[in-house]
Design a binder for this molecule. Structure first.
Ligand code: HDE
Length: 700
């Protein structure tokens, strides 16, 4: 079966088909009455007052007046995609979840990626956590895995969530800043909430600036349970690993993209799917036996902790492929309603107090947002398997229940619908005892060991990015007391880190460390250790009339073969003519694009082209900026001469044979175009050349 057939064959796709409507031919009212004129309201005389008789005008405006629903209180900005999940092998030993039994079964999924803090129209590339929510339409009902791209959370108890969100959202008096944590209220709250420090380290790291939704991890965060058909339970943590590796951008770049293309991540997801470059993620699990619940030096119910992969390896159990864009943003991506409480037999909850609160909050928020308990009947939310119960009426009931009884038990309806003795969901009969208390477990008290573990696990450039991010975030905090308290908290994580942070935010460096750094690390945490591939990247080819056609086409073809998209960027849209007379289409101009929207740049030769670009400040800026952001740059022949006129420093440019110095691949001649392309593609796979950051910065 081809991928396209598979997409069309998906059970959910077929299910959605009954709801799809085309634009139609004749314009009608919502009652189906054909409309004769939709541009002029009904009036007495062409300059006279409008008439109440104009039912079309009234319907058109009143519908328009009600077109907005409350945006999500968090995760308002999101992008969705359809796809499927397929298990690698049967997981029957661990769980009876039907979608994890048979490796030949493809379970339809709908995924929504999101930022957390910004409003629905905010920029994609802000420093923030990303939501990673999946609805599995399984044969046993819908299962929602509502996770994030960071494996831990800010707080340990759901009762603090409104405070956290109030603090991070724009301030209440002036509604500033938008989609940013860099303000007094947030850091005030954090400086008084030491349990957040592990999460804060992740949020200040490159993880909060994903290059693409296709290149970020997902985590269930909480500990859940797998339960098999014998009723045996094991604890489980969920991980999604992107097949393209985990990659990020630099903060300066993301801030610029916020203006150049606020839809950057959404567009990337959409275009990749349209082009058939389907995003893929592997689902992995960490499984912990019940008897091992207490064997760690942290509590597995504490959502501010991860389980290092060195202690419990992640076992890959299946793959998710996203292969279809939604037909309609509102009907699907906006109306989709995720709930961590949507589980299927074989998956159960733990007593994590953050998870426990979420089990209530999501249902509540959907009732508010979508306005009726019948939101489960919206096409995107409807389970693929039938559902029957006596919860019937309420706003916008879409179905027509035909049974004359609506209660249980009944005899008049043949006793149906009746609970299923064999297939019904049975909650894991966990034994619990204790007194009612408002307390935090003493096992939740250590807030710094894993924050330090995270910091220790990073490469030098990643550590440096944390310091810079802290300088930015806390640099925007007016209140000195808040900044002092934050330095104190960083001092609990790592003394050297605290000193560096203090230096940039006008606070005296702490003179003593609070506790010795334990020196432990976990390799899986650093993005340096991720999959590295050129696949899925985007390259700008800078060119003007007189460019060397062969040098453009040969490299473009090689890039495409490696799964890299290449676009010609020039001064004007339209066509340029190469030195050998080929007409080449310009994809973007220096006005409609920017280096920040590409992963790498290539400057082919051609004396006339090189000279024209030299005279264009925008072209030179393009090169400087890409260099500043540590991106691979390739140039050949006269293209190398152009690089020499830019501000890039500290790398050797070829005067004879081909060379790659710190991600700048240059060749004086085109004697080995294949080798040149290979070297450039290897550089693209490296993603960034951080050593440039240690040197003097290029102005851009
Ligand atoms: Fe959410 N969260 N959350 N959250 N969350 C919502 O539900 C909430 C938390 C996450 O694309 C809301 O439908 C509480 C952790 C995602 O539609 C709301 C707590 C994690 C999405 C809500 C948390 C998440 C949401 C707002 C503290 C990662 C977007 C709109 C206990 C495991 C789903 C909505 C989408 C959305 C409540 C913390 C992930 C208000 C009370 C931890 C991915 O119900």
């Amino acid at each position: 079966m081809t991928e396209q057939q598979r997409v069309n064959d998906s059970a959910k796709n077929q299910d959605l088909d009954q709801y799809r409507v085309s634009a139609g031919e004749d314009l009608t009212t919502n009652q189906g009455v054909r409309v004769s004129d939709t541009d002029n309201s009904l009036k007495i005389g062409s300059r006279g007052p409008s008439l109440r008789d104009d039912f079309h005008f009234q319907e058109k405006l009143t519908h328009f007046d009600r077109e907005r629903i409350p945006e999500r209180v968090v995760h308002a900005r999101g992008s969705g995609a359809h796809g499927y999940f397929q298990a690698y092998e049967s997981m029957a030993e661990y769980t009876k979840a039907k979608f994890l039994q048979d490796p030949s079964v493809q379970t339809p999924v709908f995924v929504r990626f999101s930022t957390v803090v910004g409003f629905r129209g905010s920029a994609d590339t802000v420093r923030d956590v990303r939501g990673f929510a999946i609805k599995f339409y399984t044969e046993d009902g819908n299962y929602d895995m509502v996770g994030n791209n960071i494996p831990v959370f800010f707080i340990q108890d759901a009762i603090k969530f409104p405070d956290l969100v109030h603090a991070i959202k724009p301030e209440p008096h002036n509604e500033m800043p938008q989609a940013a944590a860099a303000h007094d209220n947030f850091w005030d709250f954090i400086s008084l909430t030491p349990e957040a420090m592990h999460m804060i380290m992740w949020v200040l790291s490159d993880r909060a600036l994903p290059r693409s939704f296709r290149m970020m991890q997902g985590f269930g965060i909480h500990t859940f349970r797998f339960v098999n058909d014998q009723g045996k339970s094991r604890f489980v943590k969920f991980h999604w690993k992107p097949m393209l590796g985990v990659h990020s951008m630099v903060f300066d770049e993301t801030q610029k993209i916020g203006g150049k293309d606020p839809d950057f991540n959404r567009r990337d997801l959409w275009e990749s799917i349209e082009k058939g470059n389907f995003p893929e993620y592997e689902l992995g699990v960490q499984i912990i036996a019940e008897e091992d619940e207490y064997k760690f030096d942290f509590d597995i119910l504490d959502p501010t902790k991860l389980i290092p992969e060195e202690l419990v390896p992640v076992r890959p159990i299946g793959k998710m492929v996203l292969n279809r864009n939604p037909d309609n943003f509102f009907a699907e991506t906006e109306q989709v309603a995720f709930q961590p409480s949507n589980v299927v037999p074989g998956i159960d909850f733990s007593d994590d107090p953050l998870l426990q609160g979420r089990l209530m909050s999501y249902h509540d928020t959907q009732l508010h947002r979508l306005g009726s308990p019948n939101f489960t009947e919206l096409p995107i939310n409807k389970s693929l398997c039938p559902f029957h119960n006596n919860q019937r009426d309420g706003r916008m009931q879409m179905r027509i229940p035909t049974s004359t009884v609506n209660y249980y038990p009944n005899s008049l309806g043949g006793g149906q619908p009746a609970p299923s003795e064999t297939e019904g969901y049975v909650h894991y009969p966990e034994r619990v005892e204790g007194q009612k208390v408002r307390e935090r477990s003493p096992s939740f008290k250590d807030h710094f060991t894993q924050a330090t573990l995270f910091f220790n696990s990073l490469s030098m450039p990643e550590k440096e990015h944390i310091v810079q991010a802290a300088h930015f975030e806390l640099g925007k905090v007016e209140d000195k007391g808040v900044r002092e308290r934050m330095v104190n908290l960083f001092n609990h994580v790592d003394h050297e880190l605290a000193k560096k942070v203090a230096m940039g935010i006008g606070i005296p460096a702490p003179t003593q460390s609070v506790s010795e750094n334990h020196g432990k690390s976990s390799a899986a945490i650093s993005q340096e250790n991720t999959t590295k591939t050129a696949k899925g990247r985007k390259v700008a080819i800078l060119a003007a009339d007189g460019v060397n056609g062969e040098q453009v086409m040969a490299i473009k073809t090689a890039l495409q073969e490696a799964g890299v998209q290449a676009e010609i960027v020039s001064k004007f849209k339209g066509m340029i003519k190469s030195a050998d007379g080929q007409e080449m289409m310009v994809d973007k101009t220096f006005l409609t694009s920017a280096s920040v929207l590409f992963d790498a740049i290539y400057v082919p030769g051609g004396a006339q082209s090189s000279e024209a670009l030299r005279m264009q400040g925008d072209a030179i800026h393009f090169i400087n900026e890409a260099f500043k952001h540590c991106k691979p740059i390739a140039a050949i022949a006269e293209g190398v001469e152009l690089l020499k006129t830019s501000d890039i420093k500290g790398v050797k440019l070829s005067d004879s044979s081909m060379q790659n110095d710190g991600g700048v691949v240059t060749a004086k001649t085109q004697s080995d175009l294949n080798g040149f392309a290979k070297s450039f593609i290897e550089a693209i796979a490296q993603h960034r050349f951080w050593m440039r950051e240690e040197k003097e910065k290029v102005p851009a």
